[in-house]
Design a protein around this ligand. Sequence first.
Ligand code: MN
Length: 258
Amino acid sequence: MNILLTNDDGIYAPGIRALEKELRQIGEVTLVAPLVEQSGVGHSVTFLTPVVVRKEYVGDQFRGWAVEGSPADCVKLGLFEFCPQKPDLVVSGINGGLNAGINVLYSGTVAAAIEGAFFGLTSIAVSLEYNEHAEFARAASLARRVIEQLLAQKGPEPQLYNVNIPSAAVAQEPGDSTTSAAKVVPMGLDRYGESYEKRIDPRGRPYYWATNDPPPRPGQIETDCSELAKGFVTVTPLDFDLTKHQYLAKMRDWHIKL
Ligand code: MN
């Protein structure tokens, strides 16, 4: 199996190192990742400036390509330039921080997976709950088990998945708890309680800094947000078709004149 691996935390992030180690056990990995952290850049692409790429080595061992661009740039470049052949799988992560609920739409990690899906490739985004002492090695081993099962069961069509791992799921031994099965759930749609903190700089000018408020309280419906809060690993199948098809059918009768 040929795997294109990327992330949005950058090629030196611990999450991608851990996942790289696991994925190299199940396939040939082509690593193409941003040189510096790109968290929150969403699906941005670089086209006004050149994209500089350099080869990264561990000692004298070639590791992958470090791209001065976004996660989506990495997938495009990886597929057009660096993968020896069309990969069977695109993996993005492990991100340091969950990508659940509407954060999926801000996420560079998920955007890289979506970019892979644009090319008709099965693509999987993997994120781990933020923790100063995040156990990426254990999360990566868990992620590999999930990825192998998704691939075994998904059928012939390419699919796009978003996998999130809460800290609680990493802390426990495999198979020894009620949260040992992943939950397949839809993406939560609640808005996060984000706001801005207003501060004053040394010259008396106001500036603003986005706060990192906790996610909304889980509602009645089971979503990635609600189940992650309970300590479950979540898997959400995604699609990038943003058309509201049912409404489109109704709108066809509108006869909008010019
Ligand atoms: Mn990130």
